[in-house]
Design a protein around this ligand. Structure first.
Ligand code: AMO
Length: 427
């Protein structure tokens, strides 16, 4: 008999149907037993009244994979308004007791247990809902950009050098010589602007983060965008605004039922994201004017300011000091101490970095020389800039930080399927 999803049972009232899923819960009353089966579409209740059937149900551990053929009967009290009676239950995959109780509405596990048992804990509906938000966000990201003339690219993750200053790189043995895991697709996405004008990439990137923080991973999913023929970084910010709106729209239309179980609070994206210059941001938080970076506490303070002054969960800080930005960053035309770049804060946490890039070969040579670096190792990339690169810019958004912020998670690891950090390489 073909499979019926639990959500499709109401259409089969009065007929026999087979559902396939996992034992979610069992309840034995004096004359009848209830078996609740979960599949990807929801829950189905099965009524078992014969004694051999009840004994079989007693022996089915939680999470046993089963097929249940039964007669579909209307019952307003059952999930979806229909249940199965006179069942024939077949075990498809046996199960020993799970390390956490998955049938409870909230998963009662501390972070270490949650991560150690990730293959099981992701099965909890509240956990699964978190990833459904991430998956819908990815669809919204792609859809928004596809509609605006962007081409998706995939670039190497085994590379010959670092792209992001500050963060450290993982070295791998590449046929006897050193290679590195890509920190970002930065150079490649810029190069591909010369081909397609507008590109994006969704892929893993690697940072040998030596710190154990609640917002850093050693591997994360980077949502990268790059576009040509811009006037400045504000054009990039305008695309970012559209992308954020598209990601939220996909959540609202594709997985509205995941929002509450995941504990998510969806933000409104304002028509214009408020922007504050780095210089003014330092003054706002009372930091020294020579401070090269914003501390996490500063970011939280600016986030609160954006909410109070502009009613916005998002705020862009633009103009970061040139000495703290990667060499490919375009200077602010009227004052090269600053840059045409930005960080986007979402509820007081950096979610996105972006900006305008240098696009003339000579400017790259100068920028590298200013940092005491030779162009040699960069030549394979820099050749693109000898051959007519337009003014361009882009941004990168960290997927795990996005979902962590949406659901108010205290640690980015809670929204990462299988986090990699200083201490964790399994599961
Ligand atoms: P950046 O290094 O700031 O910029 O990274 C962009 C965004 O990626 C996320 N992120 C991280 N998420 C989890 N763990 C980490 N260790 C981690 N590091 C960064 C953050 C951050 O805002 N090439 C530039 C982007 C560009 O200019 O296009 C870059 O990679 O959400």
């Amino acid at each position: 008999m073909p499979r019926t999803l639990t959500a499709g049972l109401p259409e089969k009232i009065g007929r026999r149907a087979t559902v396939r899923g996992w034992v979610h819960r069992r309840r034995r009353l004096s004359h009848v037993s209830f078996l609740v089966v979960r599949d990807r579409a929801g829950l189905a209740q099965v009524i078992v009244s014969d004694e051999p059937g009840r004994r079989q149900v007693d022996g089915l551990g939680e999470k046993t994979a089963v097929a249940v053929e039964g007669t579909v009967v209307a019952n307003p009290k059952a999930p979806g308004g229909a249940e199965l009676t006179d069942p024939r239950i077949t075990v498809l995959g046996s199960a020993s007791p799970p390390p956490v109780e998955l049938w409870r509405p909230a998963l009662a596990a501390g972070l270490p247990a949650l991560l150690d048992h990730a293959p099981i804990t992701w099965r909890h509906p509240a956990q699964a809902a978190v990833w459904r938000l991430a998956a819908a966000s990815l669809r919204g990201f792609r859809h928004t950009l596809d509609e605006r003339g962007f081409t998706e690219i995939q670039t190497p993750k085994l590379v010959g050098g670092s792209t992001e200053s500050g963060a450290t790189v993982f070295t791998v043995d590449y046929f006897g010589r050193p290679a590195y895991l890509a920190q970002s697709p930065q150079f490649y996405k810029q190069i591909m602007v010369g081909v397609f004008e507008r590109v994006y990439e969704v892929g893993p990137v690697f940072r040998a983060e030596p710190h154990d923080t609640a917002r850093h991973l050693a591997e994360y999913v980077s949502l990268d965008v790059e576009l040509g023929f811009i006037d400045d970084h504000r054009d990039v910010l305008a695309v970012l605004r559209e992308v954020l709106a598209g990601m939220l729209e996909a959540i609202r239309t594709d997985v509205p039922d995941a929002v509450a179980p995941a504990g998510a609070r969806l933000p409104e994206v304002p028509e214009r994201i408020p922007v504050i210059h780095f210089r003014d941001a330092l003054a706002l938080v009372g930091a020294h004017p020579d401070e090269p970076d914003l501390a996490p506490e500063h970011e939280r303070r600016i986030g609160r300011w954006a909410l109070e002054e502009h009613g916005s969960d998002f705020v862009a800080v633009e103009g970061h000091p040139a000495r703290k930005r990667p060499f490919y960053t375009s200077p602010q035309p009227d004052d090269p101490r600053w840059t045409n770049s930005f960080d986007l804060l979402f509820r007081g946490l950096e979610l996105v970095t972006g900006g305008q890039r240098l696009h003339e070969y000579a400017d790259y040579a100068q920028a590298l020389a200013d940092r005491g670096e030779a162009t040699g190792p960069y030549e394979p990339y820099l050749q693109a800039f000898r051959h007519g690169m337009p003014p361009h810019g882009g941004f990168a958004l960290g997927l795990e930080r996005w979902t962590a912020r949406l659901v108010g998670a205290d640690n980015i690891r809670r929204t990462t399927l299988f986090p990699r950090d200083l201490h964790r390489l399994t599961p």
